[in-house]
Design a binder for this molecule. Structure first.
Ligand code: ZN
Length: 257
């Protein structure tokens, strides 16, 4: 099946990728829904990721800042799965990379920021709920390290938060529109490491399908879209992606002949 999907990618001109938490687990960032996930292990984490609790309760915010400080994402390095998607872009096949991840590992791996559509925002930026100001997260984390348990906005005194979409928070319509538009332009759609259970993002698969794109799903667990996909590839995401898009070692074997 891998060889067949490789040939589809060879033929494709506009690959659109939708990535989820599963692509980052090999980089040491836990998937909060999975069996080893944060939510399963710590129900309070779910409360901290809910915007209503966050805005209403300073204690929730204090815990959230401590969590951000100690996030494994700050030291995480992109893995072979991320590198495979960079290779896809270097081959001029990547039309768009829609991601549900907030870790920016795609950009750190080398994908162009213009190609990456972050539907859930980024943890590497803060935003103010009072005045809408945004900036680098490290600036605020420095204040937390210096002793401010719940640092307010320096301009307006408003509540600061990571510039991510929490539960109970609206997605940014322009970003979702851009993602759906890209999905509708795909001739090959690759869903990677996402359970495809969160809408409207999962609907990108329907949009791509409607536009006639081949649908390939790479995920450790089954998804609701498996039956409509042209191929479903379980297993290690970094291994499967490497096998799909990085060159066969034929150049090495040829040179030996
Ligand atoms: Zn402000």
């Amino acid at each position: 099946m891998i060889d067949e999907v490789r040939s589809w990618i060879e033929a494709a001109r506009r690959v659109v990728v939708l990535s989820g938490a599963g692509i980052s687990t090999d980089s040491g960032i836990p998937d909060f829904r999975g069996p080893q996930g944060l939510w399963t292990k710590n129900p309070l984490a779910e409360k901290m990721s809910n915007i209503h609790y966050y805005l209403a309760d300073p204690e929730v915010r204090k815990l959230s800042w401590q969590n951000r400080l100690s996030s494994p994402a700050w030291h995480a390095k992109p893995n072979a799965g991320h590198s495979a998607l960079v290779f896809l872009e270097r081959r001029n096949k990547l039309h768009a990379l829609i991601t549900q991840n907030i870790d920016e590992l795609h950009q750190i791996a080398g994908n162009s920021p213009e190609k990456v559509i972050e539907v859930h925002g980024t943890m590497r930026r803060f935003m103010c709920w009072g005045c809408g100001m945004r900036g680098p997260m490290q600036v605020v984390l420095e204040r937390v390290r210096a002793g401010e348990a719940d640092p307010p906005c320096r301009d307006c005194g408003g509540i600061l938060k990571s510039d991510t979409i929490s539960f109970g928070q609206q997605l940014v319509p322009e970003v979702i529109d851009r993602a759906m538009l890209a999905a509708g332009e795909a001739d090959f759609f690759l869903a990677v490491g996402t359970s495809l259970q969160v809408y409207p993002v999962a609907g990108a698969v329907d949009v791509a399908r409607g536009a006639g794109a081949k649908i390939v799903i790479v995920n450790a667990q089954p998804t609701p879209y498996d039956s409509m996909a042209d191929a479903v590839l379980p297993g290690s995401i970094s291994e499967v992606l490497s096998a799909l898009v990085t060159p066969v070692r034929e150049s090495a074997s040829r040179s030996l002949q």
